[in-house]
Design a protein around this ligand. Structure first.
Ligand SMILES: Cc1cc2nc3c(=O)[nH]c(=O)nc-3n(C[C@H](O)[C@H](O)[C@H](O)COP(=O)(O)OP(=O)(O)OC[C@H]3O[C@@H](n4cnc5c(N)ncnc54)[C@H](O)[C@@H]3O)c2cc1C
Length: 299
């Protein structure tokens, strides 16, 4: 830790040790990271990461924490929170370059205000641009990979490098980007559209979300990916998991594929319930794959 402290001090990066992650995640579950480093500006991020890599310190990158289930107890790794680094979105015609800490909902709303199509279906996906790139976030037929042209990566030993999307692998709620580096931003090409029609689609998606998802409760979004040609929510509902609880955790009454922290949920409650659902689906012949990311304690 001595070297991490020195590095952060030199770079003017706020550092806290033994940081509980529960308040930094939307599900509000999780133990203590060895440290949490919060760079105040993008200018210092490459040097911070390079330093941590060179020390061999175990760490993970955290955005807005809206796709995570984190185990309790001392986690054995640190986190670098790329959420408030003073990032911005730079618009030029139908192209936008957004830093990774920009909130995706704000970016999507701004695109609609500018009469640009491509992000309106992602309007209600919480989190940062960086998290959305990694997860290839998507909704209602649209996904990040469909609008991005390039991703800015901070690569070990290489600083910031722009990589064309064609050189990266994106799939349904997955990518190989995290294995390549840390996302500093991305470039998107949107298409000019009718502002009123876009605003209408944006509102329709928002209204659908509010009506069908537990948006005002602590949740990490969809627990499982939809199997090809089916919906994880439908499967869970058929198996009787809609509204099912274990301790403080439960599958939502509003949407069977959303796990909710009803208050005081532990990792054991949440994980136990998810694994029970996965086993029930497997017994019924369907393999459910996690969409939500699970951070376990380092061994
Ligand atoms: C109510 C609700 C609704 C949701 N609906 C949707 C939906 O419709 N569609 C959908 O796709 N998702 C949905 N989600 C999940 C979540 O919003 C997305 O996965 C989002 O893109 C995660 O962004 P984040 O900043 O919160 O990432 P985090 O949860 O902080 O991190 C997710 C992953 O990305 C990595 N990461 C984050 N930032 C960076 C970076 N800059 N560089 C490298 N790695 C990074 C983390 O290490 C982690 O592996 C929903 C979540 C909630 C709570």
């Amino acid at each position: 830790m001595v070297e991490v402290r020195g590095l952060c001090q030199r770079l003017g990066v706020a550092l806290s040790e033994g940081e509980p992650l529960a308040p930094l995640t939307s599900l509000r579950i999780g133990g203590e990271a060895l440290f949490c480093a919060r760079p105040p500006a993008w200018g210092v991020v490459p040097a911070l990461l390079e330093g941590l890599w060179s020390f061999g310190v175990a760490f993970r990158v955290l955005g807005a924490g809206s796709n995570l289930l984190v185990e309790e107890g001392p986690l054995g790794f640190g986190v670098v929170q790329l959420r408030r680094c003073g990032g911005a979105a730079r618009w030029e015609g139908a192209t936008v370059e957004a830093d990774a800490d920009v909130p995706l909902p704000a970016l999507a709303a701004e695109a609609v205000r500018r009469g640009l199509a491509g992000l309106e279906s992602l309007a209600g996906v919480p989190g940062t641009v960086g998290g959305a790139v990694i997860m290839n976030a998507g909704a209602y037929g649209g996904e990040m990979a469909g609008v991005m042209t390039d991703v800015a990566l901070i690569e070990r030993g290489g600083g910031v490098v722009w990589r064309p999307v064609s050189s990266l692998r994106f799939g349904y709620r997955t990518s190989d980007v995290a294995a390549r580096g840390v996302v500093a931003g991305c470039r998107m090409r949107l298409s000019p559209g009718d502002r009123a029609a876009l605003a209408e689609r944006f509102e329709a998606h928002r209204a659908k979300r509010l009506a069908t998802q537990p948006w005002n409760e602590p949740t990490a979004g969809s627990v499982f990916k939809n199997p090809a040609g089916d919906f994880a929510g439908r499967i869970l509902e058929t198996l009787g998991f809609k509204g099912r609880r274990r301790g403080g955790a439960g599958f939502s009454q509003k949407h069977a594929n959303f796990l909710v922290n009803h208050g005081g949920a532990t990792f054991a409650d949440a994980w136990g319930l998810c694994e029970e659902a996965r086993a029930a689906a497997a017994a019924a012949g369907t393999t459910l794959e996690y969409e939500m990311e699970v951070w376990r304690r380092a061994a």
